[in-house]
Design a protein around this ligand. Structure first.
Ligand code: AMP
Length: 223
């Protein structure tokens, strides 16, 4: 059982790294941003409520988010463990998560914070493009597709997220500073810090090593 919470500002590379780490460790990658984007794409009631909030760079309410995360963590695949990406994002969310996780007497959760300087964050987010068809993620600066604007995997046209435009990015980083950064104090003493600078492969190597050490896993272990 391996439960990991991946913290860090937007653009730090949480999504990319969480996806790889989940595959490596054999646990689900739970991204609240992805869950909300799927709801928006499907036009569900949740999606209709979340769309404008997300596009303006603000946070969806703690109450809605708790409902989402409680339902997701109750599913069978989460019983093997999970990697949480994008939750918690506020102190009340962290407190709610503490409550949910304390209900099972399992080994402690590994809390990881990915760090990166601000200008690099803006560059990474503003350069991000993703495939609406298969979900592959690229970056026009650091990880461009072979053909500009076209997915390497499935040849669909790449898109920029509505909240990845520079003005909204700066707003999201301000929201992060105000509402999410205080989580670093909330988890003080329990945090594993990972430098998010550099190529995705190098970051992944650092991250897996630190997670394995924090969780007390041997090399090659799958849950
Ligand atoms: P992300 O893909 O994690 O950057 O999330 C995209 C957007 O979804 C955020 O800017 C928020 O508007 C919303 N969102 C995702 N996770 C949360 C959360 N835990 N609490 C509130 N809003 C969230």
């Amino acid at each position: 059982m391996l439960r990991i919470v991946l913290l860090g500002p937007p653009g730090a590379g949480k999504g990319t790294q969480a996806e790889r780490l989940a595959a490596e460790l054999g646990v689900p990658h739970i991204s609240t941003g992805d869950i909300l984007r799927q709801a928006v794409a499907k036009g569900t009631e949740l999606g209709l409520r979340a769309k404008e909030i997300m596009e303006s760079g603000q946070l969806v309410s703690d109450e809605i988010m708790l409902g989402i995360i409680r339902e997701r963590l109750a599913r069978p695949d989460s019983q093997r463990g999970f990697i949480l990406d994008g939750y918690p994002r506020t102190i009340p969310q962290a407190e709610a998560l503490d409550g949910l996780l304390s209900e099972c007497a399992e080994p402690p959760v590994v809390i990881v914070n990915m760090e990166l300087d601000r200008e690099e964050l803006v560059r990474r987010i503003a350069g991000r493009r993703s495939c609406p068809n298969c979900g592959a993620v690229y970056n026009v600066y650091s990880q461009p597709p072979r053909r500009q604007g076209v997915c390497d995997v499935c040849q669909a046209g790449l898109m920029q997220r509505a909240d990845d435009h520079e003005e909204t990015v700066r707003k999201r980083l301000d929201v992060y500073d105000r509402q999410t950064r205080p989580l670093l104090d909330h988890y003080a003493g329990r945090l594993t810090r990972v430098d998010g600078q550099g190529a995705p492969d190098a970051v992944f190597e650092r991250l897996t090593e630190l997670v394995r050490a924090a969780a007390g896993l041997r090399q090659g272990h799958r849950t």
